[in-house]
Design a protein around this ligand. Structure first.
Ligand SMILES: Nc1ncnc2c1ncn2[C@@H]1O[C@H](COP(=O)(O)OP(=O)(O)OP(=O)(O)O)[C@@H](O)[C@H]1O
Ligand SMILES: [Mg+2]
Length: 281
């Protein structure tokens, strides 16, 4: 007797061709997002990371290929159903003019509303909890337009968290954040992944943060091609970084976590002239 086919991960893409009008960003792109993983996507500017994320969230229709969510083509779902399962933090968004932080975050509850389901105490709780998690609760009555870049970024993240989806796609969630807030947001993602079993897919530019937090690392190269994927400790090599980013470097152990730490090679012209200072005897 043959075993039943494996159901596969909740979110996967098969043989995607992704285009904007005449520009083709990727062809034959396939990706499996391991369930309950903290997947991090890294790659050079313009290689297609955001394009892939928007296709996974059904915001961009592939020219060819399919994205599958829970075993069915994502295109076959009603939009509210997709939004109950998967939330997207886009790389950039514009808030409606004059809207307050609280009202914007409340929009994250839209997929949970309906003709028969009006605003409830659960919605209030979800909104307050989302704002608390990202530290923007005290900004609730402020217009979004008046906030700093970092505050605004945390408000957008709050809106996605208020959606309370099991899958979160976050395009550069740490952009605009100071280093302490970057760590706070990544720790929050790690908690949502490890404690609450959410599947997180985040695009990050900091390779060392990627290696610290990712349980599954995807490295993309220009042309929307996956150069390598897997556990950061096996994926992140100096040869790969030089190949994909064109950056000579060394990989050492992160003294805090033991995960790979990428140290860019010092350009010769900036290297201190130690030889000249050394005694000649
Ligand atoms: N709306 C659009 N219309 C036309 N071309 C686009 C559009 N959005 C992105 N592109 C192009 O598609 C390619 C991939 O862009 P994408 O935004 O996916 O890159 P990325 O890897 O997310 O880069 P970054 O690290 O800079 O965010 C780029 O060449 C970009 O110029
Ligand atoms: Mg991008």
């Amino acid at each position: 007797m043959t075993a039943p086919p494996s159901p596969g991960p909740r979110l996967r893409a098969e043989d995607l061709t992704l285009c904007y009008d005449q520009r083709t960003v990727a062809t034959g792109l396939a990706v499996d997002i391991p369930d309950r993983s903290f997947t991090v996507i890294v790659g050079p500017n313009a290689c297609g990371k955001s394009t892939l994320l928007t296709a996974l969230a059904r915001m961009l229709k592939p020219r060819a290929g399919q994205v599958y969510l829970d075993g069915a083509a994502i295109a076959s779902y009603r939009s509210r159903e997709v939004a109950r399962r998967l939330g997207l933090l886009p790389q950039s968004s514009t808030a409606p003019g004059g809207i307050t932080v609280g009202d914007l975050v409340a929009r994250g509850r839209y997929p949970h509303q309906g003709l028969l389901r009006q605003w409830s105490a659960d919605d209030d709780t979800a909104v307050v909890e989302a704002m608390r998690q990202t530290g923007v609760l005290e900004l609730a009555d402020r217009p979004v337009d008046d906030l700093s870049g970092g505050q605004r970024q945390r408000v957008w993240l709050s809106m996605v968290l208020a959606q309370q989806t099991p899958i979160l796609l976050l395009d550069e969630p740490t952009t605009y954040l100071d280093i302490a807030h970057q760590v706070e947001v990544l720790d929050l993602c790690a908690r949502l992944h490890a404690r609450d079993g959410h599947t997180i897919v985040a695009v990050l530019h900091d390779l060392n943060q990627a290696c610290r937090y990712a349980t599954h690392l995807i490295v993309m190269r220009p042309g929307g091609v996956i150069a390598a994927e897997g556990d950061p400790s096996t994926v992140m090599t100096a040869a790969l970084v030089e190949d994909v980013f064109g950056l000579p470097c060394r990989i050492i152990d992160d003294p805090e976590t033991g995960t790979p730490l990428m140290v860019p090679a010092a350009p010769r012209r900036y290297a201190p002239a130690r030889a000249a200072a050394a005694p000649t005897t």
